[in-house]
Design a protein around this ligand. Structure first.
Ligand code: 5GP
Ligand code: MN
Length: 353
């Protein structure tokens, strides 16, 4: 951990913390944990971000302290008066959403704390480790010299951050150290992991499960079953009465199919198409996502494309072999069912002629 980042954080009297659009467990857990720690050390903290949390995160300790950027004088003053701004869990101004310009143009020193590759150049200092499991792990590192200050709230926030960004401790950046951090958080916070998992994952609506059912039917496998994708039109969301956050995790369903190494989820939204890319091991989806104006990690990237779903899907899928080493795609190869159907048709036809 760079000691200059820690000492700069501790010197600050007035801090603004921010994170990315559609903030996930890592984003919210990280800023709320760091903010609570800095408040405990005497700083004034403003948490200013673009978007509200999804309902399954609205119980996080300190969630009511969040402010959502509305361009008001009060918020602009807080940003102008801060002597330090911390940007966590994203490294690009446009990923900060509505607050991006105000943060980027602020005169205060800006510190980046993040685990994504290729940060933009406007940060004054940074604590970036691409191999970190989560930004929450980095926040733990910053607090570590002072672990006695980890109370139940900070422990809950960091546990949530690390758990959500590691797919419940299963992804490749999960190290023995991550498990040791988690053990320490459970002890210090007196946590019951089952309660946290249940609050996050067992609070789904029946409509979100109906959406899952409809989505699963739409999975297509290509390139010998190595690439899988699904495209979700808005009409299905409306049909089942699904909400915005209900698409979370759908892409991982594709990756759970035996043999699938690369998964893509296309989601029609108001202004275009949101694409989520996921992969296993050495298959990197970053450059593929970048080719469509997005970005992200080796095994998890995303892009937002301002074009209709029907146009985006074939373009993105056709580009796959440019970025990934995939077996040839025998599209002409029919499934057993289709083959049987075709033979039946031909048989009928030969009987009638
Ligand atoms: P998701 O598919 O969950 O939205 O995003 C997965 C990862 O891809 C995120 O953690 C983020 O790093 C990255 N990502 C998602 N959307 C975008 C985007 O529009 N632009 C960039 N640069 N990265 C994105
Ligand atoms: Mn993260």
């Amino acid at each position: 951990m760079p000691t200059d980042v820690r000492s700069r954080l501790l010197q600050a009297k007035s801090v603004v913390l921010t994170t990315h659009v559609s903030p996930d467990g890592d984003a919210l857990g990280s800023v709320l944990a760091l903010g609570r720690y800095l408040e405990g050390r005497g700083a004034r903290v403003d948490y200013i971000l673009s978007d509200e949390p999804a309902p399954n995160l609205d119980w996080l300790p300190g969630i009511d302290d969040l402010q959502f950027f509305d361009g008001s004088l009060r918020q602009r003053e807080a940003i102008a008066a801060a002597d330090l701004i911390v940007i966590a869990d994203t490294n690009a101004a446009h990923r900060l959403g509505s607050v991006g310009d105000a943060i980027r143009n602020a005169s205060a020193e800006k510190i980046l704390i993040d685990h994504h590759p290729a940060p933009e150049g406007w940060f004054d200092r940074s604590f970036v480790r691409e191999t970190a499991s989560s930004t929450g792990e980095l926040i733990y590192d910053l607090i570590e010299p002072d672990t006695d200050r980890i109370d139940a709230a900070i422990a809950t926030l960091l546990y949530t951050a690390i758990m959500t960004d590691t797919g419940s401790f299963r992804y490749s950046h999960v190290t023995p150290r991550v498990h040791r951090i988690i053990a320490d958080l459970i002890e210090r916070g007196g946590l019951n992991p089952d309660d946290i998992h249940a609050a996050l994952y067992d609070t789904r609506s029946i409509n979100s499960l109906r959406l899952l059912g409809r989505a699963l039917e739409r999975i297509t496998l290509l390139h010998g079953g190595v690439l899988g994708y699904m495209a979700l039109p808005k009409s299905i969301m409306q049909d089942v009465g699904a909400q915005k956050g209900d698409t979370e995790g759908l892409v991982n369903q594709i990756l759970s199919i035996d043999g699938v190494q690369v998964a893509v989820f296309f989601h029609e939204i108001d202004k275009g198409t949101k694409v989520s890319f996921r992969s296993r091991g050495d298959y990197s989806v970053t450059r593929w996502a970048q080719a469509f104006g997005g970005g992200g990690h080796r095994n998890a990237s995303g892009a937002f494309i301002t074009e209709p779903l029907e146009q985006v899907v074939p373009r993105v899928i056709a580009a796959a072999p440019n970025y990934l080493d995939l077996p040839p795609d025998n599209e002409a190869e029919l499934s057993d069912e289709d083959q049987a159907y075709l033979s039946e048709m031909l048989k009928l036809k030969s009987q009638t002629t």
